[in-house]
Design a protein around this ligand. Structure first.
Ligand SMILES: C[S@@+](CC[C@H](N)C(=O)[O-])C[C@H]1O[C@@H](n2cnc3c(N)ncnc32)[C@H](O)[C@@H]1O
Length: 360
């Protein structure tokens, strides 16, 4: 059951999904906004906030019972390596976060989505609400979950190439990205930015994984999943959103990229010195030098080094030759060999050898 939109209630559909079958869940549940009256801009026009029928609950215990049901089912169907991301505003996120912890979910991060173009507080009666919170959690404390750390660094628009932080800046969905109904009005009051979903899916799932959204709305999650080569299961109660969402997905195709494949996080092939000697990339008896060009050690057939009459591994030997306090340092960062009249880092030689393995 993949790449489908289920037009139904999540509370009846989630129990039908098999145990531990989902790699990633993104949930943007009803906020229970409790909006009263009509919101008006300062010049008097009406503002369409989130005052939809799907957002109504009779009491806190009603909202808690609903939340408890879908969160319980999501935990059952989530794989041990999977993640769940839940987004919410101040009206609901504390209830959701508290119930998640009670159910045994383990919190990884809470992320502030800082809206760069928030709706103003028209009446000036309180601070302008310019953020929502995302909770990133896993099944339990011991879960070994998917996280593409280096892909996150590559996606860090705040500070390219640096560790991604927990404040994300995206504009509220607008312009061409915002789905419109047949009258040209915005179709959905809370359509999320595609770029945010792409980030979440890219860093916490793999190509081919299954992504579930139990409150799919305009199918933003499916759009991001499809673009990144993931499969999707979307549940949405309102038919109109399912119809427009299905049309939206028709125009989206898989865009292959280093980000989609999380290539930054692919671990390099493990290769041994002994196999590189056998393949002719190093020569038994050749001299190992430091960057100063002095010969310090001699390579042995098993990849160890002869240094001052003793045979030791290259990492310990590098620390000794550099006269450091540390017992071991990464020898690949320090040792050189001669090729012709040039000094070449042994890391470069290893890279050259790895490249031949990729080709064959
Ligand atoms: C906050 S919106 C999600 C918006 C979505 N993330 C997007 O980008 O368009 C919540 C959605 O959940 C749907 N919904 C509410 N209760 C539901 C339920 N019990 N089962 C399935 N869908 C539900 C609503 O119709 C609404 O579209």
């Amino acid at each position: 059951m993949n790449n489908i939109i289920i037009n139904a209630d999540s509370l009846t559909e989630l129990p039908k999904l098999p145990y531990e079958s989902i790699d990633l869940i993104f949930a943007d549940p009803p906020y229970w906004m409790r909006t009263e009256g009509v919101l008006q801009r300062t010049e008097g026009t009406e503002f369409q906030g989130c005052n939809d029928s799907w957002d109504k609950f009779s009491s806190l215990s009603d909202y808690e019972s609903f939340t408890l049901q879908w969160l319980t089912e999501c935990r059952r169907i989530l794989k041990p390596s999977g993640s769940i991301w839940v987004i919410g505003s101040m009206q609901c996120i504390y209830t959701i976060g508290s119930l998640m912890q009670r159910l045994g979910y383990w919190l990884i991060n809470d992320i502030i989505w800082h809206k760069t173009n928030p709706t103003p507080n028209f009446m000036g009666t309180r601070l302008n609400n310019s953020h929502e919170t995302l909770i990133w959690a896993v099944k339990n404390k011991r879960a070994k979950f998917t996280f593409h750390y280096k892909t996150a660094k590559a996606l860090n628009s705040e500070s390219q190439g640096h560790q991604m932080g927990s404040v994300w800046r995206f504009p509220v969905c607008s312009g061409n990205e915002r789905l419109k109904d047949s009258n040209g009005h915005k179709l959905h009051s809370t359509q999320k930015p595609l770029a945010m979903l792409e980030r979440i899916i890219a860093i916490s799932s793999n190509i081919g994984d299954t992504v579930l959204d139990p409150f799919a709305g305009t199918m933003t999650t499916a759009a991001a999943a499809k673009k990144l080569g993931r499969k999707y299961i979307m549940i949405e109660r309102e038919k109109i959103y399912c119809d427009y969402g299905a049309e939206r997905l028709e125009n989206i195709t898989f865009e292959d990229s280093e980000i989609a494949r999380a290539e930054f996080d692919v671990k390099p092939l493990r290769v041994s010195m002994a196999e590189m000697i056998e393949a002719g990339y190093f020569v038994e008896g050749e001299k190992f030098l430091l960057a100063d060009g002095k010969e310090y050690a001699e390579l042995q057939s098993d990849g160890k080094l002869l240094y001052q009459g003793k045979i030791i591994d290259m990492h310990t030997c590098a620390a000794l030759a550099k006269n450091l306090k540390a017992k071991r340092i990464n020898g690949f960062d320090f040792w050189y060999v001669r090729r012709g009249n040039k000094l070449i880092s042994i890391k470069t030689v290893r890279e050259n050898y790895r490249n031949t393995l990729k080709i064959t």
